[in-house]
Design a protein around this ligand. Sequence first.
Ligand code: HSE
Length: 345
Amino acid sequence: MKAVPLVLTGFGHVGRAFFSLLREKREDLERRYGLALEVLAVGRAEGCFYAGGPLDARQISQAGEPWTSGNPAWHAGLKVTDAIDRHGGRGGCLVECTLSDLETGEPGLSYVSAALRAGWHAVVASKGALVVGLPDLRALATGNGVALKYSGATAAALPTLDVGLFSLAGARVEGIQGILNGTTNYILTRMGEGLDYAEALKEAQDKGIAEPDPAHDVEGWDTACKILLITNACLGTDYALKDVHVAGITGLAADLVRSARREGRSVKLLATAAPGRTKGRWTLDVRPSLIDPSHPLAQVNGTEKGITFLTDSMGSVTVTGGRSNPRGAAAAMLKDIINIFRPAF
Ligand code: HSE
């Protein structure tokens, strides 16, 4: 059995779902992969949960909420880096799921940089850290001989990077199209069914798929981050968020969505990466688009997502589905950890 120390940063919906999933899958992970994943610390902005050994959910939360006051495992002011140092040694994995700040990348950027410097792998769901700092983080990971994986930030339970980087190895990617945000796809689907925008958004929030600030979803920024990260990873480019043309769904008329549906077509918030007019430059675009029933993503409805890769030698490859909620995001992070530490097969 290989014991793998983990430090978790962020204890919101995704962090909590990750913790529950670990507990639920413990035996399965041991039996199928020979891995014992042990959370040694959970870092929050004000301090860390840390008890010198694997943490149990009862040491962290009460009634589903973080338990700090009067908790012997809570150390106000203790930094994530201190918890990693106290473990002493390389080879653990940071699980980063703090809220994204798309301008500074913080606090995730500092957590991930520190972990990579300490010789820890990092599995990252925070898009902000990656959008702001990916080239530097990649260099840090390579320099320290550790892995940096981010399925959780690139449509999570829908496999995107694993397909682009592994399944399509050797093929040249000539274009990418995706429905990469569950919230907006859900809203557009429900608007087509007759709800108005506000009702549909409320439903998406109740399902726990919308970001705490849904502006990131409905204005297209969540989708923009995902197409940016997927494109840069699959093409080896270094485009920045400012290179993505972004239009969201906030101003979209409900009539347009409904009349499209009556005609058998649909309106989707489509992300596109395609070769631009200037040789060697790609155009990255997020906008509501009217698509025909023959489009490979036309049947992607509700909270589901989908991605199509156009390639030179493998044709067009589409993947659809994937759960768009905290449990799905947590499962995507768990997948990345397993793929870092599992025995070769
Ligand atoms: N809010 C996102 C979505 C999930 O609706 O797909 C996190 O990226």
